[in-house]
Every structure is written in structure tokens, then in C-alpha cells.
Design a protein around this ligand. Structure first.
Ligand SMILES: N[C@@H](CCC(=O)N[C@@H](CS)C(=O)NCC(=O)O)C(=O)O
Length: 215
């Protein structure tokens, strides 16, 4: 398998953490696509993923899977423990819901802030920016952090009582927050304590070692 990615990107980090959890990194060849040079918007990459985003998984038969959630579901079905996407119908549903909420309420919101209210990937890539929209999304992400804090006051992991793809999605949010220098509010004590626990996992520690420090 090949994974087209940019090693320090917050979304590719989700797939890298999933691979490390499943201990199947050796089955993958990583192919860097330079975001800062806009390589992800060039025709040959768009033929792999219409959305022009990373990561993209190329499976053995040469077909492509985009979207972190879809890629993680695929990898999880291959082999190995732990199970990241749930075993029972209910677990699968909750993990999917919380992963989607992690994207909508935190990770994607920070991404919009980055692309619209900061220099983002630079003028050659950021062809349209709307600062007001970006700032609104930053505030949405801050509200999202409080939401996940309230979730973690009642349970140990984002989707219940076991580590899952949903935890990885919120970790992606922490990584993106560090890149845009958006501090996690100190009053989000349960969220910060959860993140400290997440860093005890080798998969997470390994990924955090290559991204900006998280405060
Ligand atoms: N919904 C996508 C989002 C992926 C995404 O936004 N990836 C970033 C890399 S960290 C990207 O490609 N950004 C480039 C851009 O939006 O121009 C997913 O879950 O895979």
C-alpha cells in the first residue's frame, strides 16, 4: 500500500497514528506530497483525490481511498489490535458519530481558521480567503474543545470507555491547534487530562515528536 501524505500534517497524523496502533506501518510506503508547494492541487494528484487533500491511500490493486475516516475504517479491517472503529453495531455508530463531531466541531473548524484567517499555505495555494469566516471557525473550535471537555468529564475516551478512531480525530485537532498556536483553554481540565493520557501511547508520542510542541 502507499499513503500520499505530508508527515507533519494534522490529518495525515490521524492515519499515521492508526497505522502505529495496528502495528502495520511496515506494509505502507509513504509518498510525500508537498502542501506548501501546492502539489495537492495539481492534476495528477487531483486524479487520485478530487478534493485535493491529504492523506490518500493507494491500495494494492491501484485504487485510491481518500478521507481519514474511510482510510482508518479500511486499515482497521485488515488485521491487528486494537480495534479502532468498534465491534458492535452500537460501538461502530458512536465512534463514527464522535469522529464526525471531532471533525466538524474542532479539526475542520481549525482548518478553516488556518486557511482563511492566517497566511495558511501561502498566496500561491490560498487563492480565496475570508478572514471573518476563519475567525468564526476559530471560535467554533474553541466551543468544540469545551464540548469534548464535557464529554470527557463523564467518560474516559471520546467515544466511551475504549480508545478509538474518535480519540485519534481529536488528537488531530490538538496537532492543528498547535500549528495555528491556538491554546487549549486551561479550564478544559478533563480534555487536557485525557490528552496527557493519550501521550502515554507510543503511537501518539511518535507522531507528536515530529509536530510543533503542544501547550
Ligand atoms: N476531510 C479530509 C480533510 C483532509 C485535509 O484537509 N488535509 C489537509 C492536510 S493536513 C490538506 O490536504 N490541506 C490542504 C488544503 O486544504 O489545501 C480528511 O479527513 O482526510
Amino acid at each position: 500500500m502507499k499513503i500520499y501524505d505530508w508527515p507533519t500534517g494534522p490529518y495525515p497524523a490521524r492515519v499515521r497514528i492508526a497505522l502505529a496502533e495496528k502495528k502495520i506501518q511496515s506494509r505502507v510506503e509513504f509518498v510525500p506530497v508537498n502542501l506548501w508547494k501546492g502539489e495537492h492541487k495539481k492534476a495528477d494528484f487531483l486524479a487520485k483525490n478530487y478534493s485535493g487533500t491529504l492523506p490518500v491511500l493507494e491500495v494494492e490493486d491501484g485504487t485510491f481511498l481518500a478521507e481519514c475516516t474511510a482510510i482508518t475504517v479500511y486499515l482497521d479491517a485488515l488485521e491487528g489490535e486494537p480495534t479502532l472503529t468498534g465491534r458492535t453495531a452500537y460501538e461502530k455508530g458512536v465512534i463514527h458519530m464522535m469522529t464526525k463531531q471531532a471533525e466538524i466541531e474542532m479539526l475542520d473548524a481549525i482548518s478553516v481558521y488556518f486557511h482563511h484567517a492566517t497566511p495558511g499555505l501561502g498566496p500561491d495555494v490560498e487563492l480565496y480567503q475570508n478572514r471573518e469566516w476563519g475567525l468564526r471557525q476559530r471560535d467554533k473550535a474553541l466551543r468544540g474543545m469545551h464540548y469534548f471537555d464535557s464529554v470527557l468529564r463523564k467518560q474516559n475516551f471520546i467515544a466511551g470507555e475504549a480508545f478509538s478512531m474518535a480519540d485519534i480525530a481529536v488528537i488531530g485537532g490538538f496537532i492543528f491547534a498547535a500549528i495555528v498556536e491556538l491554546p487549549i483553554p486551561q479550564e478544559c481540565e478533563a480534555l487536557l487530562a485525557w490528552f496527557a493520557r493519550m501521550q502515554e501511547r507510543p503511537s501518539v508520542r511518535e507522531q507528536l515528536a515530529i509536530v510543533p510542541p503542544i501547550h
